[in-house]
Design a binder for this molecule. Structure first.
Ligand code: NAP
Length: 473
């Protein structure tokens, strides 16, 4: 299907700005140009920070911020088809998954609106100390200041929503740099915020060379917080370079799942088939490593393979496609190299169907194989037989990542042991660790990050407490 061509300018201080240069956005499936975006750089970033700082000089009351957030949620609902199609066109995300993302962005805005209305400090029990007798104290939650937001290609709408919506709820203006491969959904979202009545300067979007815009955000002292979702090396470097700012990182994972011998094997296999290959595995919590107790291993593999082979690989614009392209040729070649280099046995997939990588299941990959210890970010999962839950937990913990992990079991002790011993930001029980709703505290430990998103938690990060002490006569 030929995608419609979209042209978008940068948003700076309420103006849609052309720069004389353009970035072409291409469909990862067909290679066709699906849109173009004005290309900005350090100069536009500085103008955007000027605009954001100016906007924050006239704070918006919480009820207005909440109303705007609710209106954006409504617009996302009314324009659902257009929004989902935009995601699919630029990211190559199958429409099924793009529709879920578009719906989730509504949820993100709705929860952020709730947080805007609830934003409050707390009372401090002053007479709990002798010196505090006769005093009243409370905290105010103040916006932290201008926020620099950097987002990845894989959820070009909802991960932008997870930055813009809580920032507005917290009363912070934003300068957003979306991924160069997928800037159109972000600019569409900014458009919806404007149409919802957001005054100029509260949201600014600059698209262009990552290092140049990143440097401008890092070096500008007026930017008080950088919220980054993307790959580890880029994120941790940003944090190192900005010691005086808050730098909140949402990074990658090599997502493990444990299946105990007593688990409901058909359910576990169905959940793995569904969550290892959706959007061609390009989710930070796509199932990647499955550790199955030996007693259930053969049954699990026998249940999994037909489900994987039944997934429809093809054009992301088709409503019944399950698995589309990965983001570009470089990613495709890397994933195929990692499959070729594994010491395990490819049970299905491992090759191309047209230009697309077929969903791939690898048995018995060694822990040091890249498909086991690095983030594949492709339609690949490994299955490994283990002798005990302890061994499974140890293998699951055996990478530098710690975002989400899951266990399928009918044994309460096993579930609770896994919840306690898996070193991850989130553990799912009898659900794939790819599960996320937008109000959850979501984020990683170890190399996977240092923060939690979900509007309630992001608003906490984007505000700071100011203490007020009053002497009572
Ligand atoms: P990426 O290459 O790190 O890019 C992410 C963003 O950072 C893009 O906007 C990119 O811009 C920008 N960037 C790159 N180099 C930069 C620099 N030197 N300074 C400032 N910004 C820079 O990641 P990606 O390939 O888009 O996304 C995939 C990764 O994101 C995976 O590791 C995935 O696990 C992770 N992820 C994590 C979460 C989570 O919530 N934990 C969610 C989704 C994805 P350009 O596009 O212009 O290069």
């Amino acid at each position: 299907m030929v995608a419609a061509l979209t042209e978008k300018r940068l948003l700076i201080g309420g103006e849609w700005v052309e720069t004389g240069e353009w970035i072409e956005v291409r469909s990862p499936f067909s290679g066709d140009v699906v849109g173009r975006v004005a290309k900005g750089g350090a100069e536009e970033t500085c103008q955007a920070v000027d605009a954001a700082e100016k906007a924050m000089r006239e704070p918006l009351p919480a009820h207005k911020r909440a109303e705007i957030l609710v209106r954006v949620a409504g617009a996302l609902g009314r324009r659902h088809d257009e929004v989902a199609r935009q995601i699919s066109d630029e990211a190559g995300k199958p429409m099924k998954a793009a529709r879920v993302e578009a719906q989730r962005a509504m949820s993100t805005y709705t929860f952020a609106a709730v947080e805007a209305r609830k934003l409050a400090g707390e009372m401090v029990p002053m007479d709990a100390a002798q010196a505090g007798e006769g005093k009243l104290a409370f905290t105010l939650r103040r916006p932290v200041g201008v926020i620099g937001a950097i987002s990845p290609f894989n959820f070009p709408l909802n991960l932008v929503a997870h930055k813009l919506a809580p920032a507005l709820a917290a009363g912070c203006a934003v300068v957003l740099k979306p991924a160069s491969q997928t800037p159109l959904s972000a600019l569409l979202l900014a458009e919806l915020e404007e149409e919802a009545g957001l005054p100029p300067g509260w949201v600014n979007v600059v698209v262009g060379p990552a290092a140049e815009i990143g440097d401008a955000l890092v070096e500008d002292e007026r930017v008080k917080l950088i919220t980054f979702t993307g790959s580890g090396p880029v994120g941790w470097k940003l944090k190192e370079r900005a010691p005086k700012k808050r730098v909140n990182l949402e990074l990658g994972n090599a997502t493990p799942v444990i299946v105990t011998a007593d688990a409901d094997i058909p359910v576990a296999a169905a959940k793995v088939a569904q969550n290892a290959f959706s959007f061609a595995g390009q989710s930070c919590i796509s199932v990647q490593r499955v550790y199955v107790e030996r007693g259930a291993y053969d049954e699990f593999v026998a249940a999994l393979l037909p489900l994987v082979e039944a997934l429809k690989v093809g054009d992301p614009a088709d409503e019944d496609t399950d698995v589309g392209p990965v983001i570009d040729e470089g990613a495709r070649d890397r994933i195929l190299d990692w499959i070729a280099a594994t010491s395990g046995q490819v049970l299905t997939g491992g090759s191309l169907e047209g230009d697309l990588i077929r969903p791939t299941v690898i048995a018995g990959a060694a822990p040091q194989d890249k498909v086991s210890c690095e983030e594949v970010f492709g339609p690949v999962c490994t299955v490994t037989a283990v002798d005990s839950l302890a061994e499974a937990i140890s293998l699951a913990n055996g990478t530098r990542f710690g975002l989400q992990a899951g266990i399928f079991t009918t044994n309460l002790d096993s579930a609770l042991r896994a919840a306690q011993q898996l070193e991850f930001g989130g553990v799912t029980v009898n659900e794939a660790p790819t599960f996320r709703t937008d109000q959850m505290p979501y984020g990683g430990v170890k190399d996977s990050g240092n923060t939690r998103e979900g509007p309630r938690y992001a608003v906490r990060e984007m505000t700071e407490e100011r203490l007020v002490v009053v002497d009572l006569p």
